[in-house]
Design a binder for this molecule. Sequence first.
Ligand code: IMP
Length: 428
Amino acid sequence: MAVDLLLGLQWGDEGKGKIVDVLTSNYNIIARFQGGPNAGHTLVFNGKKHVLHTIPSGIFHDDATNLVGNGVVIDPVIFKKELDKLEEQGVDYRKSLLISRKAHIILPTHRLLDAASEAAKGKAKIGSTLKGIGPTYMDKTGRNGIRVGDLELSDWKTRYRNLADKHESMISYYNVDIEYDLADLETEFFEAIKVLKSLKFIDSEEYIYQAQKSGQTILAEGAQGSLLDIDFGTYPFVTSSNTTAAGACTGLGVSPNKIGEVFGIFKAYTTRVGSGPFPTELFDKDGETMGRVGNEFGATTGRSRRCGWLDLVALKYACQVNGVTQLMMMKGDVLSGFKTLKVCTAYKYKGEEIYHLPYNIEPENVEPIYTEFNGWAEDLTAMSDAAQLPKALNEYIDFLEKELEIPITIVSVGPDRKQTIFRGELVS
Ligand code: IMP
């Protein structure tokens, strides 16, 4: 069986967790392939909100196996907190949660290095979630990292010490004011390592290969969004992993010819958290309304998200890079009540009108060119059938489908599992 992918097409926070949760009943295995606890995947069902950071969003379904792939970076301390919450809710994760031996571990000093690096950058800071993601991937590519499988080796604590000592000297090199008590952080870390070691570690690429061969269905769950990809995002204001489709191949060990459907998730407008260019960002009442109605606060850091109109130039780029086969539009309900909606359909770039994402999208280089649409007044949150959607929303959707040449198969009209409208047959 092919592996289907589910990816965010903007700057993250598109609502991937909700859609994975909605789709999980179609799959035997849900696998995370990149990122770490910088992600915050929110799921709402039975009137309760759940936020997952590292654990795949299929964990609430009894029949699904949940795999943390080799491309993920794991902070044992945050992971333990997630497990504790699941336990409180009576989720029996032990039988359904598998961890790749090749996933890298975030050390307490990785988090400190993240903070030191950001502090040293001053105004040029990335706006990192400060979860140690960048420094951990740096150690991975620098061939210094500690992997989950290393915890089974007798000398892993010596390797830990050597790496943590090296990090401490790097922190002092930054010469910034970072207060910390490493002994305290290590007590918490080693307690959490014990819990991590009680879970099932596997050679995940072999597991995925055999699962595919035996006809099991697999959904790869992306984190962050395509515009935060280390190669194709708005560098340097990006995360440190490949958030795009290719990242699923390297982050799970799946060959490119075994990828099936690519579900692209996007919001009906755009948000971004942290620094970096955002051509359609709004600084007016409309942006404030989107933030308030859409409850646009980061699930991991609580920071308020910057809001703006839908950027079709950037969305097209993300569809191209990922080979998206089906689109899912989130938060359609948030746009109810706007008299006029705008979609950025081109950029003015060096005096010319262009339709692709150029190298530089800072405000001094690009100016968005908008196409306007009529808004709708109807509240969508209680709708459950595509036939109920207002005419103006259907026109908005039709336009996007035509421009992107990809069907929009789901329109989400609220955070709850139930607030999901299917538009025709979903291919999976
Ligand atoms: P880092 O990955 O924590 O280093 O953050 C790098 C950039 O990516 C920052 O602008 C973060 O705000 C952003 N970022 C990281 N993870 C997420 C996410 O899950 N959703 C939205 N933005 C994210």
